[in-house]
Structure formats: structure tokens, C-alpha cells
Design a protein around this ligand. Structure first.
Ligand SMILES: [Ca+2]
Length: 194
């Protein structure tokens, strides 16, 4: 009977630690640590929380990149907000590359044909991606702003903001802490009876 009680107590403690791992902390990434090409076409805010990309007549893609970004060892999720405004008669895209710089992981945009539309086209959302596989590695991260085949202007604008990495951390929750205490009490009461 005591052995069964002991196993129950151990099980409670193991469950407690499993629940604790699900907690997370967010790390805001300073976009000033990235490199812009051409530098004059990307405005990065002083606090590094946002970057606005402007088109260039001669140079495409306009990009913001860190080819050896050091991922935290407990990296879990990568997040950022984006807003791409494609001006009328422009065809532009936002391409995001992670690790592999030969093919974008994520791409949005299109042709704002003035025959069909009477206002610029806007794509805005929060991009979120599980980066557990990149934990602890040096990974290329590139934000690219590129034109398409039917692009007839340089008036489109792209904004990236709030780039953050969510990390897994070990912080006991109140409810799991109670479970832990119950587990220890189980072991103690069992020892007293032996
Ligand atoms: Ca354009």
C-alpha cells in the first residue's frame, strides 16, 4: 500500500513539471540589429520595434536581413506584424525567409489593377511560426520587398513591426504548485506511517 502511495506522489511531481514547461516569455527583437539594403529605403524606428520599406527604382528586392540570427536555445514561436500597401497599378510582394534564403517561407501581395480596384490593396496581419526546430542555431532571417511582372510604379509601402520570439521557460503555476505540495505531503505522510 505504501509503495502505491509513493508512486502516486512521484507521479504528481512529474505531472507538475510537465505543466510548468508550457509557460513562455517573449523577447522583443531590435530591428536595428538587422541590415537594410539599400539602407536609405528602410526606415527603422529608434526603439527598433518597426521598419518601413520604400521601393527603389533601380534596386529590388529592398531587404532587411540578419543572415546569422542567433536563436535562443528555448525558442518556441516567432511573431511579427506586417502591413503591405500595394499602390494602384503596382504589383509588389512581401517575402519572408527563414533559414532557407532561396525560397520564402511566407509571401503576400499582388497586382492592384486600376481597372478592377479604385484604392490600394492592403495585406495586414500577425505572422506566427513554430521555430522549435531552429532553437539554439544561427539562422538567416530576411524581410524582402519585391516587385512583380506588372509593376508600374514605386509607391507601395511595407511595414514590419513587433518582431518577437517566444521562449519556453520553467515557471510553476499556482495550480501546479499546489499539486507539487500535495505530492510532497503524500511522500511525507507515507514516510511517517513506515
Ligand atoms: Ca511597385
Amino acid at each position: 500500500m505504501n509503495k502505491i502511495l509513493s508512486r502516486c506522489a512521484m507521479f504528481t511531481i512529474i505531472v507538475t513539471f510537465h505543466i510548468s514547461i508550457n509557460n513562455a516569455a517573449a523577447q522583443i527583437i531590435d530591428l536595428n540589429t538587422f541590415e537594410a539594403f539599400p539602407a536609405s529605403n528602410v526606415d527603422i524606428s529608434i526603439d527598433g520595434s518597426s521598419a518601413t520599406f520604400y521601393e527603389d527604382i533601380f534596386y529590388s528586392p529592398v531587404s532587411l536581413e540578419n543572415l546569422s540570427f542567433q536563436m535562443p536555445t528555448d525558442a518556441k514561436t516567432l511573431k511579427f506584424d506586417y502591413e503591405l500597401t500595394v499602390a494602384l497599378d503596382n504589383e509588389d510582394y512581401f517575402d519572408f525567409y527563414l533559414g532557407d534564403t532561396s525560397a520564402p517561407l511566407f509571401s503576400v501581395g499582388g497586382f492592384a489593377d486600376s481597372i478592377i480596384y479604385d484604392a490600394p490593396l492592403v495585406w495586414n496581419d500577425t505572422f506566427e511560426f513554430d521555430i522549435s526546430a531552429y532553437s539554439g542555431s544561427s539562422t538567416a532571417m530576411v524581410f524582402g520587398f519585391i516587385y512583380g511582372w506588372e509593376d508600374w510604379g514605386t509607391d507601395s509601402i511595407l511595414t514590419i513591426s513587433n518582431l518577437e520570439i517566444v521562449e519556453r521557460i520553467l515557471v510553476p503555476e499556482p495550480s501546479t504548485f499546489i499539486l507539487l505540495v500535495l505530492g510532497i505531503m503524500g511522500i511525507m505522510s507515507m514516510r511517517r506511517t513506515t
